[in-house]
Design a protein around this ligand. Sequence first.
Ligand code: DX5
Ligand code: ZN
Length: 230
Amino acid sequence: MIMTQHPIQIAPSLLSANFARLEDDVRRCEAGGAEILHVDVMDGHFVPNITIGPLVVEALRPVTKLVLDCHLMISHPDRYIGAFAAAGADWISVHVEATKHLHRTLSLVREHGKRVGAVLNPITPLSSVFDAAEYCDFILLMSVNPGFGGQKFITSFLRRASELREFLDKNGLERVEIEVDGGVVADNAEAIVRAGANILVSGSGVFRGNPSETIPALRKAAQRGQSLSV
Ligand code: DX5
Ligand code: ZN
């Protein structure tokens, strides 16, 4: 059975936070035991929404020790990787659909000393990341069309994650982690982890309630996916 050996990590998406009280929401995520803060960067061009830039990452950096995971949903990511790195991002992920020269873009993130991820939209062929996987620390599979929080989980993610996990494990790339983003809630977390993902992004699922309760609930459900009993 394909199952991730990597520890479960919960990454609340700040897209669903209260932007007027961002520090308070960071504290609530810390209180809930999150390891990561997922920062959704949208440019109104690659996706039909505009959100956060390097300035907000810079403002967050001194406020928390949590990992800042910057998901770049932008065209021409190469132009901005330096700015996000300087602002204090720990992880930077780029969409394979947004760059013509994926190896160059991934290498640029690495040159800045950051953990690097490639991101695939829900029906971008998995094979488009196979040759790139060895240059990645993680691969982010979207389980919604990027652009907005609060959308419904696209279940083909489960088949795709299993296939990707199997590819990675068979090709000596066990170290590469799989992140899932979009529509993740406690109800589907077990199946998501069983499919091979271990980094769970959740926006509306975390902030709909109190993060000090929703994050542990999400983690508990996810951990059931790592137990051997089915
Ligand atoms: C969607 C973003 C997601 C989003 C997830 O474009 O990349 O990170 O915030 O939000 P939920 O969990 O509400 O689907
Ligand atoms: Zn995201």
